[in-house]
Design a binder for this molecule. Structure first.
Ligand code: UDP
Ligand code: GLC
Ligand code: MN
Length: 324
């Protein structure tokens, strides 16, 4: 097991915060595997130090960029060219098998059973289910595969400008070849699925093991009042389920912020926590919520909060904002 690891990537301090929360969530659920963070040179010293306290290995890699502005523009995500950097994970050949996880994922229970799967195992992408989503995948590090992937990039590029396009092109028989390589959706529950198939989310969402805050607005785009347990996003729409966002912020504010504070010392830094502040009226305030554990229990007992947090109107309102 010492030769198996969870791997993530952060090229800047924002995604580094995501990686910190992800690492903490894996530790909290007692993973027996190693934790590895790939980082870019832009990640600041204090953030590197915190990552080193959470992860077994923090490795600096060259930032690769697809430079493919046309395809990235189609996805409305000009920032995702750097996700080519993810391909570096195949160079971690001191491990025999790894699970890659985006820095915007959060683990809700132990997922070590993923190491029973083979390369390339992943969950369907909610936007195009014959493609896998590259936010969570099982792979086997190999310099040979790494070389072939880079060669594939040069010859074919990426249909989405990011790593997911390349990986789906390279592992092109994923959709049809071997069903055991299809991870259940609960290992990569994209927040977007909540809006696109609400009844299924109501039925199965309580089983989620990994939530993926896919899309432009990330948990760290919001602010949080730890005392009131309120999340606000004055300039951003809420694209994720409030409960999952609250899980992310609870972990960030309780476990990560103190470590950051220690590293920054007297230097100012913005934690995103806005304790005791009053919120501007245009801010989108989300009410205190149950934790996902409590919520799952209720769900299993058939007590979904249909009138409140789980009400159709409540979620439809979010859907409408989202579609605007
Ligand atoms: N990433 C990064 N720096 C960036 C953009 C992305 O380190 O500027 C990494 C990070 O691990 C992130 C992953 O690449 O989770 C994929 O990007 P993102 O999660 O934003 O894509 P989405 O899941 O929203 O499509
Ligand atoms: C996706 C995936 C993400 C990937 C991006 C670019 O939406 O969630 O992991 O980096 O596409 O291909
Ligand atoms: Mn992601």
């Amino acid at each position: 097991m010492a030769d198996q690891a969870f791997v993530t990537l952060a090229t800047n301090d924002s995604y580094a915060r995501g990686a910190m929360v992800l690492g903490k969530s894996l530790r909290n659920h007692n993973t027996s595997r190693k934790l590895v963070a790939l980082i870019g040179p832009q990640v600041s010293e204090p953030c590197q130090s915190v990552l080193k306290r959470i992860y077994d290995e923090v490795r600096m890699v060259d930032v690769l960029d697809s430079g493919d502005t046309a395809h990235l523009a189609m996805m409305k995500r000009p920032d995702l060219g750097v996700t080519f950097t993810k391909l570096h994970c195949w160079t971690l050949t001191h491990y025999s098998k790894c699970v890659f996880m985006d820095a915007d994922t959060l683990v809700l229970s132990n997922i070590d059973e993923l190491f029973d799967r083979e390369e390339l195992s992943a969950a369907p992408d909610p936007g195009w289910p014959d493609c896998f989503n590259s936010g969570v995948f099982v792979f086997c590090p190999s310099m040979e595969t790494y070389g072939k992937l880079l060669q594939y990039c040069t010859e074919h590029g990426s249909f989405d400008g990011g790593d997911q396009g390349v990986l789906n092109g390279f592992f092109s028989n994923w959709a049809t070849a071997d069903i055991s390589k299809h991870l259940p959706f609960i290992y990569n529950l994209s927040s977007i699925a909540i809006y696109t198939y609400l009844p299924a989310f109501k039925q199965y969402g309580g089983n989620a093991k990994v939530v993926h805050f896919l899309g432009k607005t990330k948990p760290w785009s919001y602010t949080f009042d730890p005392k009131a347990k309120r999340i606000t996003g004055s300039t951003h729409e809420a694209t994720a389920h409030p409960t999952f966002l609250l899980d992310w912020w609870s972990l960030f504010s309780s476990a990560v912020v103190p470590m950051l504070q220690e590293q920054y010392g007297d230097q100012p830094f913005h934690s995103g926590c806005v304790e005791g502040e009053s919120f501007p009226s245009h801010a989108q305030a989300l009410q205190p919520q149950l934790s996902s554990e409590e919520r799952k229990e209720k769900w299993e007992q058939g007590q979904a909060d249909y009138m409140g947090m789980d009400s159709f109107d409540n979620i439809k309102r979010k859907l409408d904002t989202f579609l605007k």
